[in-house]
Ligand binder design. Structure first.
Ligand code: NOJ
Length: 541
């Protein structure tokens, strides 16, 4: 490992959805002790950090993204002492821990909101966004209409009328998630204090939930309409996304993190604006997720364009951050293929993720090729899934319990899990893949190890090599004295690649997604890629 190794820049980060990783006490929900019991697995996989989706006390209306106390742990996950133990044990294995900070909104059960809604003159009234109803045009709206036309991300109006005080509060997500008023300095102070609470305990960083939505236009103007499927998608979000104040806030947050050593923040922001959240490249967020490949078809040109565009927009010094799957979207193996084709493409996708310039975030289960599970309607628990079924089935299918083995409940825990497991658990599980040298799990392990041992892959510059229509996406990663060439064949036919595009010379195969035995082979001139082959090469001279 290089002397100046920096975990959030040079490492691989693994997202854990705590409800679904490992259940130590048999109540059907994953917990911190469960995660702790699997740390050796994560160390052997080679990851440098884990990001835990929210573990705080919560009524779970949005499964933890509705926080009722920022400085504690929900009993379903364990106690604060379990967290401290997990952190210690993770650090002992060289694994950093990132917490999910959900600060745009709280739960409606947070004591701040309970106070805020208690009366119009409560000192915490202004911690949230309260407005008088508008004169209603609808006869059934006894209390008047919502203060403006904003739609909630999860459906319906973004306003909830509260009869006790005769005003409505804003919630960009479910009504149980009232938006905080970040224009009130006390709010910022309270949440910065909560962050300090965890930093002082040794937490290494934060994933910042909807980091682009914190500030709302003070006049709350109506949102102009646009074409889209669901309510939220049918509006422009100018008045609460990417307001300039948001950048001022994250710069201040950066200064807070910089008071500690090697702490980092990664922002969840709308993909089109990810590059804007780095400030001058060094004074805002350390990382901002780039989700753009998630929304793209399996098409080398489209994906290459997204990467090249993002690279071009980043300020000097900024470091990209790539992600293909998370707890909000269909797992990429199911998105980009099915059956054997899905398996082959999962390896190409893994090579892409782990060789692009930038920090890769992997999502639990992706390393064994867990599919999106099919959850019957009666078992759907995700709020947007309940609301929009069958047009949108929600996010439960990507949040199902981890497949550890082919035993009861896939080795997740002794009790009936909170979400059913996917039916293919007998075939797709950790134990089985650990025993198969050519498994996807072992492919991820080898690639992560390769990345770690190869400075060009870890730190190198990025240069796209193909700009004409082709089935191959190819790019060079270079540091002084070393180069890596990545060729991804997106097609199910053989494809040619001319090494002269990469400056010619002799190259050595470092990783192939199709033939492990070809590794080490020397190639020059024009080479042929197998169908769906992802090849990583190193220059020999
Ligand atoms: C983004 C999170 O990723 C998602 O799971 C959550 O529902 C919303 N923010 C609201 O917190």
């Amino acid at each position: 490992m290089p002397q100046d190794f920096l975990w959030w820049r040079d490492g691989v980060i693994y997202q854990i959805y705590p409800r679904s990783f490992a259940d130590s006490n048999g109540d059907g929900v994953g917990d911190l002790r469960g995660i702790r019991s699997r740390l050796d697995y994560l160390r052997d996989l080679g990851v440098d950090a884990i990001w835990l989706s929210p573990i705080y006390p919560s009524p779970m209306k949005d499964f933890g993204y509705d926080v009722a106390d920022y400085c504690s742990v929900d009993p379903v996950f364990g106690a604060l002492a379990d967290f401290d133990d997990l952190l210690r044990q993770a650090h002992a294995r060289g694994i950093r821990v990132i917490l999910d900070m959900v600060m745009n909104h709280t739960s409606d059960q947070h004591p701040w909101f309970i106070e805020s809604r208690s009366s119009r003159d409560n000192p915490k009234r202004d911690w949230y966004i309260w407005r008088d109803p508008s004169p209603s045009r609808r006869p059934w709206n006894r209390h008047g209409g919502p203060p403006n036309n904003w739609a909630s991300v999860f459906g319906g109006s973004a306003w909830e009328f509260d009869a006790k005080t005769g005003q409505s509060y804003l919630h960009l997500f479910v009504p149980g998630q009232p938006d905080l008023n970040w224009r009130n300095p006390e709010v910022k102070q309270a949440l910065f204090d909560a962050c300090r609470f965890w930093l002082d305990r040794g937490v290494d960083g934060f994933r910042l939930d909807v980091a682009h939505m914190f500030y709302k236009h003070p006049d709350l103007p109506d949102a102009p309409p646009k074409l889209g499927l669901r309510g939220f998608d049918r509006q422009h979000h100018f008045y609460y996304e990417h307001l300039p104040e948001t950048h001022t806030l994250w710069k201040e947050f950066r200064r807070l993190l910089d008071e500690y050593s090697e702490r980092a923040a990664v922002g969840e922001v709308a993909p089109d604006a990810a590059a804007d959240y780095y400030g001058n490249g060094n004074d805002e967020l350390h990382l901002a997720f780039n989700f753009s490949p998630m929304g793209l078809p399996w098409n080398p040109r489209a994906i290459q364009r997204a990467v090249v565009n993002h690279e071009a927009r980043l300020p000097a010094g900024a470091w990209p951050c790539w992600v293909l799957s998370n707890h909000d979207v269909t797992r990429h193996i199911s998105r980009w293929g099915s059956g054997a084709l899905g398996d082959a493409r999962a390896r190409v996708a893994a090579t892409l993720l782990l060789t692009l310039r930038g920090t890769p975030f992997t999502y639990y289960g992706e390393e064994i090729g867990m599919r999106q599970a099919n959850i019957p309607r009666a078992e759907i628990v995700d709020p947007p899934g309940k609301r929009y079924w069958p047009f949108y089935k929600g996010r439960d299918g990507c949040r199902t319990p981890m497949h550890w083995n082919d035993g009861p409940h896939g080795g997740f825990g002794a009790g009936k899990p909170w979400l059913r497991l996917s039916r293919d658990v007998d075939r797709i599980n950790v134990q089985r893949q650990q025993g198969e040298p050519e498994s996807l799990l072992n492919f991820y392990r080898r690639l992560i190890a390769l990345r770690r041992s190869n400075p060009a892959l870890q730190r190198g510059s990025f240069r796209a090599l193909i700009d004409r229509p082709s089935d191959v996406m190819a790019y060079l990663r270079e540091v002084e004295g070393q180069a890596a060439l990545i060729c991804l064949n997106f097609a199910s036919d053989e494809a040619k690649f001319d090494l002269r595009l990469a400056g010619g010379g002799e190259w050595r195969a470092l990783s192939s997604s199709v033939t492990h035995s070809g590794e080490g082979m020397k190639v020059t001139g024009e080479m042929t890629l197998y169908p769906n082959e992802a090849l990583v090469l190193g220059r020999t001279a």
